[in-house]
Design a protein. Structure first.
Length: 405
């Protein structure tokens, strides 16, 4: 990308195409927030997606949607298409943001002489699956899954990285995973790979002490109460992580009379039903609060009410929780530790160790109690401000410009 492209992107009415097979209206996914924040800056943004029923619709945030016909599997986030390249070219963007080349949605962008500069976003990490099928210690199923990923998605990853102006890696281990799919002759491509966190929407999730006071009052939480929060999608592939977090949280709940537990995102699925049964059977069920999936504003209220947030694997909600000033307790597998600026912002627990997780929660509760709790929260939120999308957008655009020089 040249300097002229960099300047035009940040000017009003710049045309920006966002390509994402897994885009969902109303969610806090990366592509949603990029679309919103760039539109707020005056850019003309169109999202090319698979979401049906939104053909030509202009969202309430001001960007437009273009649905592309696909074959494939939404369950596996695998979309075969032939029209994205032509549809994006007809929009005539000055920049293309391509979220998730492993989905194959957007592969028809490649090899076109009329393509605008492309920034590619990828976030593979060890909490998703095994990626190196030759790694020792894998089960036959894990080895087969890694091999299939390499066979089906690897060529698209390599081709997208080859043509991109910048490759954004959303965890510190993502570059090493990307490199697995690059031929030795393409080793120089890694010079275009840069690590940036997923980020959070500063409008919805930036710390607001008045919002915290209202949210705590609505939940009848006293100053002595430490609210611990688990937020997740309750889908089968997250069952192991959800159950592990619940094991640790319920253990801590039994040990601390100051703790209450909130679980967000429950639905009518089997995993949600199992979680409800476990909570109903707990001796301290009156200190457990269960909530369905909510919109962004509802989630922000929950995060402002909470004091401590638990995460076993990377998600945008990690950054949202930190932005709202929560103390984060994260797994120590290397996928989230870079989000904690100091030991005041959270703690890591040994992955897969229920007792270690409970101990980390109890240590956090002790840390969060006291007369200086609000001051500490303000400090955490201030340090997390580096993770907000406005800052990350500026850094990524500048980095893309530098890679093109």
């Amino acid at each position: 990308m040249n300097e002229g492209s960099q300047r035009s992107v940040l000017q009003p009415e710049a045309r920006i195409a966002i390509v994402s097979g897994s885009f969902r209206s109303g969610y806090s996914y990366q592509e949603n927030i990029w679309a919103e924040r760039l539109t707020a800056r005056g850019c003309s943004v169109r999202v090319f997606c698979t979401e049906l029923g939104h053909e030509g619709e202009v969202t309430s945030e001001g960007y437009s949607l273009k649905s592309i016909p696909v074959r494939g599997s939404r369950h596996r986030n695998l979309f075969y298409e032939r029209a994205v390249g032509d549809e994006v070219a007809a929009f005539n963007p000055e920049l293309i943001l391509w979220f998730g080349p492993p989905q194959l949605f957007g592969r028809s962008l490649l090899g076109r002489s009329d393509s605008a500069p492309i920034i590619v976003f990828m976030g593979q990490n060890r909490r998703m699956q095994a990626f190196d099928w030759t790694a020792p210690g894998l089960t036959l199923r894990e080895r087969a899954k890694a091999g299939a990923y390499r066979l089906i998605r690897g060529p698209a990853i390599a081709a997208a990285c080859r043509e991109a102006s910048l490759v954004v890696a959303n965890t510190e281990e993502t570059p090493g995973i990307i490199q697995l799919y690059l031929p030795e002759a393409d080793a120089q491509i890694m010079e275009k790979v840069r690590c940036f966190p997923l980020g959070y929407d500063p409008i919805a999730f930036g710390y607001d002490p008045e919002r915290r006071a209202r949210a705590r009052e609505a939940r009848q939480l006293t100053d002595e109460t430490i609210l611990v929060l688990i937020s997740s999608r309750f889908v089968p592939e997250k069952a192991k992580a959800v159950n592990h977090l619940l094991d640790g949280a319920l253990g801590a709940l039994s040990a601390s009379p100051h703790m209450q537990l909130a679980i967000l995102g429950l639905g009518e699925d089997p995993l949600s039903a199992a979680v409800r049964r476990r909570c109903d059977d707990h001796p301290d069920v009156q200190r457990i609060h269960l909530f369905p999936f909510g919109d962004r504003e509802t989630l922000s209220d929950h995060l402002h009410a909470a004091d401590l947030a638990l995460f076993a694997q990377p998600s945008i909600s990690c950054q949202e929780a930190l932005g709202a000033g929560c103390y984060g307790v994260f797994a120590d597998d290397g996928s989230m530790d870079w989000l904690l600026a100091t030991s005041e912002d959270g703690a890591l627990y040994k992955t897969g160790d229920e007792a270690a997780l409970s101990d980390a929660i109890l240590h956090g509760i002790s840390h969060l109690m006291g007369s200086n709790a609000l001051l500490l929260r303000r400090g955490r939120a201030d340090r997390a401000h580096r993770l907000n999308y406005d800052a990350i957008i500026d850094q990524i655009i500048e980095s893309a410009s530098n890679c093109g020089r």
